[in-house]
Design a binder for this molecule. Structure first.
Ligand SMILES: [Zn+2]
Length: 317
């Protein structure tokens, strides 16, 4: 009698085939863990990670969902599971840390599957719990109920299957999740290249790096070629969490860089030397935004630190 094959991770009945007998590599086609590859040696040692199977399944399933069109599957190798440090780096560090991260994985999945606003995405908890690194269907149902109660999705169904769709609030959340650079520790500083500004940068901006936890990146003249904005500047803005635009001297480049950052959805903090406000038409391009007006480097340091801690840093907690 033919023995039924079961997935080494979740013990569900599945297809297992050897794709490369020489390399002793298997493909497991599991409805819960997705399609993944496993080396012979990893298969032998897999049970040493039994307590963390739900994490491995979460990784293989999510990898499968993201790459299935390419036919590229996650490969579990012995080197990845043999010691704790390697296992931590390859698996545990990639898993969601709390219920909020799990909920956002679920939202992102529904978002990826939705081809239009209001589209219905079917979820079968007994098969799909690994999408959010859950231990079982019950845990996934908890997350479904949770994000439904928060107003992010509409959910119809029974324990067996759910029809889910994102609400307007859910779309808004996804869009903010997909904003660039929420992990970045760099702030881009756009300001005039005048010598008088060097002291302002050093004492008023660079000086607060440690206190606010951001590295202040200032462009210098070498980043401009024939007055054109160099690629380096665009790259650094893209890498930054937010931008500080000092409009003292009204340089065209400062407005350009700030505009570019705003278009990318990065927060912009506007600053300007106080005396300039007395000049007519000061900040004519930007006066609809609140500015920090500073007298000297020390005065800027105090105000800027307060502003960053109250807006950017606070938003990250
Ligand atoms: Zn499985």
């Amino acid at each position: 009698m033919e023995q039924k094959k079961t997935c080494p991770l979740c013990e569900t009945e599945c297809e297992i085939y050897s794709i490369s007998p020489l390399q002793q590599l298997f493909t497991i086609d599991c409805p819960i863990c997705g399609k993944y590859n496993l080396t012979d040696r990893a298969k032998e040692h897999l049970n040493s990670r039994k307590n963390s199977f739900y994490i491995i399944s979460g990784i293989t399933r999510n990898f499968y969902e993201l790459h299935k069109d390419t036919g590229d599957f996650f490969v579990i190798k012995w080197e990845m599971i043999r010691d704790d440090a390697k296992f931590q780096a390859e698996f545990v560090s990639k898993a969601p840390k709390d219920i909020f991260e799990k909920a956002s994985l679920l939202l992102q999945y529904i978002h990826r599957k939705s081809t239009y606003s209001g589209d219905i995405v079917l979820i079968i908890p007994s098969q799909d719990y690994t999408l959010c690194f859950c231990k079982n269907a019950k845990e996934l149902i908890f997350h479904i109920n949770n994000i439904r109660d928060l107003g992010d999705i509409k959910a119809d169904g029974t324990m067996r299957d759910y029809s889910l769709s994102l609400t307007a609030e859910g779309w808004r959340k996804i869009e903010s999740l997909n904003k660039p650079n929420t992990e970045s520790r760099q702030a881009f500083v756009a300001m005039w290249f005048d010598k008088s500004m060097d002291e302002i940068f050093a004492g008023g901006i660079k000086a607060i790096e440690k206190e606010v936890g951001f590295n202040m990146f200032r462009v210098d003249k070498t980043h401009f070629i024939d007055e054109k904005i160099c690629d380096k500047i665009i790259t650094e803005i893209k890498k930054s969490r937010f931008l500080i635009a000092d409009v003292t001297g009204h340089r065209q480049a400062v407005y350009f860089e700030a505009g570019y950052a705003m278009a990318m959805g990065l927060p912009v903090i506007w600053t300007c030397k106080k005396e300039e406000t007395e000049v007519e038409n000061c900040c004519f391009d930007t006066r609809q935004y609140p500015h920090i007006f500073w007298k000297d480097a020390e005065n800027l340091r105090i105000q800027l630190k307060e502003k960053i801690l109250a807006t950017i840093s606070k938003a990250e907690k």
